[in-house]
Design a binder for this molecule. Structure first.
Ligand SMILES: CC(C)(COP(=O)(O)OP(=O)(O)OC[C@H]1O[C@@H](n2cnc3c(N)ncnc32)[C@H](O)[C@@H]1OP(=O)(O)O)[C@@H](O)C(=O)NCCC(=O)NCCS
Length: 145
């Protein structure tokens, strides 16, 4: 598996109104694109409400192979370098695959709330200095199969 190709957005560059600095990675297997994941460097009010620090997607043909879980774990390792000791992850209520991805990486559910982009499950992952989650995987599993 080719791991990640990063396109870092320089923090010195200005961002537009309502935008934040972020780093974007592609998940690739050789020359084949499999998915992508973003790490937002900080939250604004919109992201705190329902967007979170990290977003990801995996192409349909590559799903259910552990890619999103792996990519999230890999990106969490990058968070401490940005000064983040915890990160917010959200998903649509009912997005079982994303909820499981978050929970298996130590996400602790804070709440489920209505936002301007729909009903969101909001999770925090608390990190140690190396970017490993403090939470146990089993204790945070809340979504039934
Ligand atoms: C959500 C998404 C990123 C998951 O990617 P993935 O690579 O298939 O996820 P993984 O293979 O790492 O699976 C993670 C867990 O979710 C489970 N899962 C994944 N898709 C699932 C589905 N459709 N239904 C039920 N469980 C699912 C897996 O079985 C696994 O569970 P486990 O930890 O108990 O083994 C992918 O389905 C996707 O891109 N969806 C569209 C975009 C999206 O929803 N992005 C997230 C926005 S918050």
């Amino acid at each position: 598996m080719g791991r990640a190709t990063a396109t870092a957005i320089g923090r010195s560059l200005p961002v537009g109104e309502g935008r934040v600095h972020a780093t974007h990675w592609w998940i690739v297997d050789g020359e084949t694109y499999l998915g992508a994941i973003d790490l937002r460097h900080y939250l604004n009010a919109f992201l705190l409400e329902g967007g979170g620090h990290i977003g990801y997607s995996v192409r349909p043909s590559a799903r259910r192979r552990g890619l999103a879980s792996w990519a999230l774990g890999a990106v969490l390792l990058k968070a401490p370098a940005l000064g983040l000791d915890r990160v917010l992850l959200t998903c649509d209520d009912g997005n079982v695959g994303s909820a499981r991805t978050i929970e298996s990486n130590g996400g602790v559910l804070e709440d489920v709330r209505s936002t301007e982009t729909g009903v969101k499950r909001r999770y925090w992952i608390t990190l140690d200095d190396a970017g490993h989650s403090h939470s146990s995987m089993a204790a945070t599993r809340t979504v039934a199969s």
